[in-house]
Design a protein around this ligand. Structure first.
Ligand code: SAH
Length: 477
């Protein structure tokens, strides 16, 4: 391995990429440095330009692919290399799954001292593209590009509509085709852009807080219902309504067309009113029931959380159901229940289920969804888990026989773990989107619980994200 120093950046030659690392990057070693590189495949031999050097590591970019890895496949997406969304897509899917499985194994063993001999093979996705049911796009006057604009472009560009560029807060990649959501999503987004450009609708400028069009949200269900939400910066709808009318006429598939006026400095709309322009305010996702139970309907409003990969969510929940081995006399707690999807999926298998979640609107959705499915043994409680899950809560709702827990990336609060150890359900089924915090929590729960089945699930092909389900069984019951 040779190293040649140029003024800027430092160039490293013939470096072999070793393995997957954090944030979808890969890791390599050269000249005593640990280097993190995006958009490469383990086994690639590349030249790397190092643009950031810290004491313990460096960050670089591959500038030449000298020898492609045997694991390499063609990128499916035209924005690969610019967009940070699907960084693993040039690694074949089998190798992606192996890397995720290994990551779960290593993390649980290293950080949680959990034995993983009985871990099952990761459950891969049947559809590795076009699997998302929700995408949020941003309008920006500033486009992020790797290459300079060509002179021959049809329309003079007035900005970009797409995803935020990684690490540049005000720039957006102009997405022409995204392989994550059904084709209609691409058609809708591209039509909105074209209409806006032809009719002179100004894209938002996040630096000066000027312009009109801010965000576009596209959601769909497995059965083909579509929700489109346009977010604008001013209450004046004179320019918006013709755009919405155009979308309504162009895309009869849109069953819920809504808009939001956001005059705030930030893009979040959870605290804003959503106004219905056409169709219904909700779309409904249907999920096959477990073990012959009737299909479930989940009503999704513009602010509802719903697992973004519907088909993999069904598989994930089925693993939970299988591991929980509920009895009809059981009291079940579903912690971090969101809109109650797991609770309602399992309700027919137990005496009663109690879901806890701190987003009030999500709890309202969960109650609504219980009604919609004629489920009358589910109760939902709103509040912060560490505050809610007390002795008196357990007294009120009954000691749980089984607990399902699905915390956010940070894992469970120490108080929650303490309470679980104290009320000692027969089993805890722990669903996690972050093996590191799951490992920490499993070790703490190890005081009274043995880890039995482990089931990693791939909810997000081509990304570094992995979900893992762990079954914990109470010792000396
Ligand atoms: N189990 C659900 C959602 C899991 S996402 C599903 O499968 O759809 C995790 C959920 O935990 C989110 O809905 C989030 O709002 C909630 N949450 C995060 N921190 C919390 C806390 N401290 N107390 C209660 N709920 C919390």
């Amino acid at each position: 391995m040779k190293m040649r120093k140029t003024k800027e950046p430092l160039l490293l030659h013939e470096v072999t990429i070793e393995s997957a690392a954090a944030e979808g990057k890969a890791v390599a070693h050269s000249e005593g440095m640990v280097i993190f590189v995006p958009f490469v495949v383990p086994g690639d031999v590349v030249d790397i330009a190092v643009y950031k050097r810290k004491k313990n590591y460096a960050e670089g970019r591959a500038v030449a692919l000298l020898k492609p890895s045997p694991l390499r496949v063609e990128a499916q997406c035209p924005h690969f290399g610019t967009c940070g969304g699907c960084k693993w897509q040039t690694t074949n899917y089998t190798a992606q799954l192996q890397a995720k499985e290994q990551q779960v194994k290593d993390t649980l063993e290293r950080l949680g001292h959990v034995r993983t001999d009985s871990m099952r093979p990761i459950c891969g996705a049947d559809a590795t593209f076009y699997y998302r049911n929700k995408l949020e796009f941003t309008f920006s006057t500033r486009e992020w590009r790797d290459t300079p604009p060509s002179d021959t472009e049809e329309h003079p560009r007035c900005g970009a509509l797409g995803f935020h560029a990684p690490t540049v807060f005000d720039k957006v990649i102009d997405i022409r085709h995204c392989a994550l959501q059904h084709t209609l999503s691409n058609n809708i987004r591209n039509e909105v852009r074209q209409y806006a450009q032809q009719h002179g609708l100004a894209f938002y400028d996040i630096r000066n807080h000027s312009g009109y069009l801010r965000n576009l949200v596209v959601r769909n269900t497995e059965a083909g219902e579509w929700m489109v939400i346009v977010v604008v910066a001013e209450p004046d709808t004179t320019a918006l309504f013709p755009l919405l009318e155009h979308l309504k006429n162009q895309f009869p598939q849109i069953s819920s067309l809504q808009y939001i006026v956001n005059t705030k400095l930030n893009d979040s709309y959870s605290d804003l009113d959503v106004v219905l322009y056409h169709g219904t305010s909700c779309i409904t996702e249907h999920m096959e029931g477990y073990d012959g139970a009737p299909a479930l309907s989940y009503s999704i409003n513009p602010k509802s959380f719903y697992q973004t990969n519907s088909r993999q969510a069904r598989k994930l929940y089925s693993f939970v159901a299988e591991m929980a081995e509920l009895q009809s006399s059981d009291t079940l707690y579903d912690l971090y229940t969101g809109t109650g999807t797991i609770a309602l999926f399992l309700a027919h298998m137990c005496k009663k289920v109690v879901g806890v979640e701190y987003v009030e609107e999500a709890v309202a959705d969960a109650r609504l969804n219980a009604q919609l499915n004629h489920i009358d043994n589910a109760t939902f409680v709103a509040g912060d888990m560490a505050q809610v899950l007390t002795d008196s809560f357990v007294q009120t709702h009954g000691r749980p026989d089984i607990v399902v827990t699905d915390p956010p990336r940070a894992g469970m609060h120490a108080k929650v773990i303490e309470q679980l150890l104290q009320c000692s359900p027969r089993k805890i089924i722990y669903v996690s989107c972050n093996p590191a915090t799951q490992a920490r929590d499993l070790e703490l729960l190890g005081e009274r619980y043995d880890v039995q089945r482990l089931q990693p699930v791939d909810m997000f092909p081509h990304t570094q994200h992995v979900e893992n389900v762990a079954e914990l069984v109470l010792r000396n019951q």
